[in-house]
Ligand binder design. Structure first.
Ligand code: NDP
Ligand SMILES: O=CCS(=O)(=O)O
Length: 251
């Protein structure tokens, strides 16, 4: 069975993606920082498919490299890397944000994604045709909105890094896709608001947002297309979400 390596599998898109791939019988390497959640996933899915869990902070380049380099032969033929671990922090305008929040987003969404990609690339290239990297970007990487500041900028990086990887991987058979969701109901807003359940509820209430399973289905679709097809970018919004007019400050 093919193997998928999914970062941030303990919640939201990553968790739903683990379920989607397991449904199709894939073997799974699941990572996240919360080991108790990884253990729970292992017992939920381990009866159906082979699971390897790695408790890992993607920001720690050495730990990421050691974990991936240390995979034994059974787990090295990775067919799909889903670079999903990430977060937004802060809802305030740029001028009021704690600098640590900006650093955490950059360290996770950019450095973390780059750490995992760098460590896994040799394995994906060895797998060759049919292999894929699915990077979870965001509509925030393409469209500005107040309070998006560094978060949106990290996701713009994800988009451009995905495109640039495609250039270098030409001829390797490894595909790269930037999957860019819009409003989706996960723990995302709970993390962004630093645990404010009310803020999280208020964002999703009545909006009919995307669900984690909607994105998992798209990730699975992208990764299981015939090997000659590469979707460069897939942008997905709930029907309820669209754009606002330009904002003009008048004298
Ligand atoms: N929900 C949304 O509206 C959208 C989300 N996205 C993106 O989707 C991705 C998944 O988010 P979503 O499922 O919504 O949010 P969740 O908060 O539900 O899940 C985030 C996942 O990322 C993991 N994670 C965060 N930081 C780290 C870290 N330093 N090292 C390892 N794992 C980490 C978390 O695991 P743990 O805490 O156990 O480490 C968790 O499993 C993110 O990249 C996010 O930016 C994109 C567009 C829309
Ligand atoms: O990445 C998350 C989607 S949004 O909240 O920025 O629209």
């Amino acid at each position: 069975m093919p193997i998928a390596l999914i970062t941030g599998a303990t919640s939201g898109f990553g968790r739903a993606t683990a379920y989607r791939f397991a449904e199709a019988g894939w073997s799974l390497i699941l990572t996240g920082r919360r080991s108790e959640r990884l253990k729970a996933l292992e017992s939920e899915l381990g009866t159906k498919v082979d699971i390897l869990t790695l408790t890992l902070d993607v920001r720690d380049a050495e730990a990421v490299k050691a974990a991936i380099d240390g995979l034994d032969a059974r787990w090295r033929e990775i067919t799909c890397l889903v670079n999903n671990a990430g977060l937004a922090l802060a809802l305030e305008p740029a001028q009021r944000v704690d600098l640590n929040d900006w650093h955490t987003m950059i360290d996770t969404n950019i450095t973390g994604l780059v750490n995992v990609t760098h460590a896994a690339l040799p394995l994906l290239i060895a797998t060759g045709k049919g292999a894929s990297i699915v990077n979870i970007g965001s509509v925030a990487g393409s469209y500005p909105y107040p309070g998006s500041h560094v978060y949106g900028a990290t996701k713009a990086f994800v988009q451009q890094f995905s495109y640039n990887l495609r250039c270098d991987l030409k001829g390797s058979g490894v595909r790269v896709t930037d999957v860019a969701p819009g409003l989706a109901e996960t723990e995302f807003m709970l993390v962004r608001s630093k645990g404010d359940q009310e803020a999280s509820k208020a964002l999703y209430d009545g909006a009919n947002p995307l669900q984690a399973e909607d994105i998992a289905a798209q990730v699975f679709y992208v990764a299981t297309l015939p090997e000659h097809i590469n979707i460069n970018r897939l942008e997905i919004m709930p029907t309820s979400q669209s754009w606002s007019p330009f904002s003009i400050e008048r004298e």
